[in-house]
Design a protein around this ligand. Structure first.
Ligand code: PBG
Length: 326
């Protein structure tokens, strides 16, 4: 094929022309806001490695959720930081525990106007910081953990979550959670599977955000950064087990994975622009090295262009505000 008369610059001549011919568009509804709530806080507490992000109190979380609704944001993903931790992560099952209570409070505030999601994982609740319980060798015990995930899922569904986000990368977690939901009468509670979640250095700031107790790493359960085709296996398994949506995480260093998953997935695909991705752009912008708004917008657009239907980003509300203006 040859296009002798084609001059691609014609479609770039004016802002209106570029807008008309844009292949990818961002909308507030594509965005999901991850939010942290910490038990016992009196004032919101800043997270130093994530400037602009806080650990919320109940009141500030409710305000953030209401603001997200105003701005047209699609959903909110809640993470709880409990006051007391133990080896089994017991506080995750308590109906009055920090995360279950936060789900109930946010639901009371915004009802069905925002999709309310809960993180189904033990790392915030265990005193060793792992995403599951440990066996006598200190290895994360897959099947003992699944049993707790099932009960955690029911507690979050009871609290009113619309969607559950299992992020612990245990084998079989979607099947166990789906079965627990069916048996407890939560047929309409959906599961967003963290299907292809990689062990990543870019989770660093999140560890501060949840006061993580982890020593060591999660390499025996999260995926290895070297692997590409394995992501397809993980997604296929989660689909077979009943995942309603699937996620790739992190986002920016894994856009090839995202494109692969988007090409094969029959269900909506999310990508999580994680804490370290946020921190890098904020740090460079704070130094005056990049244009903050331009870099944020381009980073999320790139994730969407690679194939994400929805993007979890700590800039969800701010970006939604910009999108509404323009
Ligand atoms: C585990 C979980 C993590 C993140 C979300 N869920 C941490 C981890 O896997 O180490 C990281 C999110 C981020 O870095 O923004 N519950």
């Amino acid at each position: 094929m040859s296009f002798p008369n084609h001059r691609p610059r014609r479609l770039r001549t004016t802002p209106a022309m570029r807008r008309l011919t844009a292949e990818t568009r961002l909308a507030p509804a594509d965005l999901i806001l991850p939010a942290f709530i910490r038990e016992g806080l009196i004032e919101p507490s800043p997270i130093s490695s994530m400037p602009g992000v806080v650990q919320h109190t109940t009141e500030s979380l409710k305000r953030a959720a209401a603001e997200a609704v105003e701005l047209g944001v699609g959903g909110i993903m809640l993470f709880g930081v409990p006051a007391v931790r133990d080896a089994q992560g017991t506080a995750s099952l308590d109906p009055e525990g920090v995360l279950n209570k936060a789900i109930r409070d946010v639901k009371a505030e915004v009802g069905d106007d925002l999709v309310i999601m809960g993180d189904v994982c033990l790392d915030e609740f265990t005193d060793h910081g792992h995403c599951g319980v440990l066996d006598s060798d200190g290895y994360v015990d897959n099947d003992a953990t699944l049993e707790i995930y099932g009960r955690m899922a029911v507690a979050q569904a009871d609290a009113g979550a619309h969607v559950l986000g299992p992020s612990g990368m245990m084998d079989g977690q979607i099947a166990v959670i789906r079965q627990a939901l069916e048996e407890s009468g939560h047929k309409n509670t959906a599961v967003l599977a963290y299907a292809a979640k990689y062990a990543s250095a870019f989770y660093g700031p999140f560890r501060e955000a949840v006061d993580s107790q982890l020593k060591g790493d999660r390499r025996t359960y999260q995926m290895d950064a070297s692997n590409r085709r394995e992501a397809i296996l993980e997604v296929e398994l989660d689909l077979e087990e009943g995942a309603d949506m699937v996620m790739v995480k992190p986002a920016m260093s894994y856009l090839d994975i995202l494109a692969d998953v988007a090409a094969m997935s029959p269900v909506p695909v999310s990508a999580y622009q994680i804490s370290g991705e946020y921190a890098m752009i904020e740090a460079a912008a704070a130094n005056g090295w990049i244009d903050r708004r331009g870099a944020i917008t381009e980073s999320v657009l790139g994730i969407k262009r690679a194939g994400a239907d929805t993007v979890l980003t700590y800039w969800a509300s701010e970006l939604a505000g910009w999108l509404k203006e323009s």
